[in-house]
Design a protein around this ligand. Sequence first.
Ligand code: ATP
Ligand code: MG
Length: 334
Amino acid sequence: KNRIFSGAQPSGSMHLGNYLGAFRNWAKLQDDYECIYCVVDLHAITVWQDPQELIRQTREAAAAYIASGVDPKRSVLFNQSQVAAHGELAWVFNCVARIGWLNRMTQFKDKAGKNREKASAGLFVYPNLMAADILAYKASHVPVGEDQKQHLELTRDIAMKFNNDYGREVFPLVEPVIQKEGARIMSLRDGSKKMSKSDPSDASRLNLTDDADSIARKIRKAKTDPHPLPDSVADLAERPEANNLLGIYAALSDQSLEKTLAEFGGTDFAPFKKALVDLAVAKLSPITQEMSRLMNDPAEIDAILSEGADRAAALALPVMEEVRETVGFLGRRA
Ligand code: ATP
Ligand code: MG
């Protein structure tokens, strides 16, 4: 079986974009792949996280995976900081990746903002840690949203350079698994920005913990344009907000954008938004409920994550031995 690795940062509330672009797909992939799903807390601290909040959000992320259908028995589910291989391999990759490569990463530019000198060094080398996450398990496939494509290409560059520098085929070249529907959900306030945990505006996203009232309010307030909905997909090109809301409807109802337009083309936003509220509440409330059930008993989640960490560490062990030997790190006596 091919092996999958993927993860999300416990850096805030998990949202609809994470669900449609990642978690929902992760659950499906369990049928065809050996899956490793990680709550990447080492990545989260590239920007400041309150320690108590980080613990809570780590559990909440794990709860979101499980509520979305990730089965901790079939898949390896753990949080990154419990497995030392991630940080260790990331250091080696810090020495393989070139500063020029990292300078081209658009996510760093977006997240660091104007004051780049004040960003953490970790935020800059973030893609090297992501490469380590994947390659510590020699994963062959990585499902990610559109926003992570560039980082995945960097992972391939790192694997290639490592293999080339040391003259050994240690690492595979990973393939992205990018699905069409839901690959890029945009902010409810601004159709040109992706929906993100780190967006300071809570109204910009539907959190997986939002109750029905909040969902309704946020969709009602979601930015639109003054025209009725178009009849054809081509006419959505210049209308990012309409495109996003229709795309969300299509993804949540598992139908094509064309079919969605056949249903709502020519109508105003108001009746469409009503239908979208009903659909979003129907699809998200079972997830919200399951998450809250799991969060009521952190001991259960903590046990799942520790057990997953043991399994993950065992999978990374032979890879890290190979890396140490390849690089020329003198080992301890057995
Ligand atoms: P942050 O703002 O802290 O970076 P995020 O919302 O971008 O948070 P991540 O933890 O970086 O979430 O990403 C987790 C997974 O969710 C990744 O696979 C990513 O591609 C996917 N994802 C994130 N945002 C979206 C989105 N708006 N649409 C579709 N997929 C998304
Ligand atoms: Mg992100």
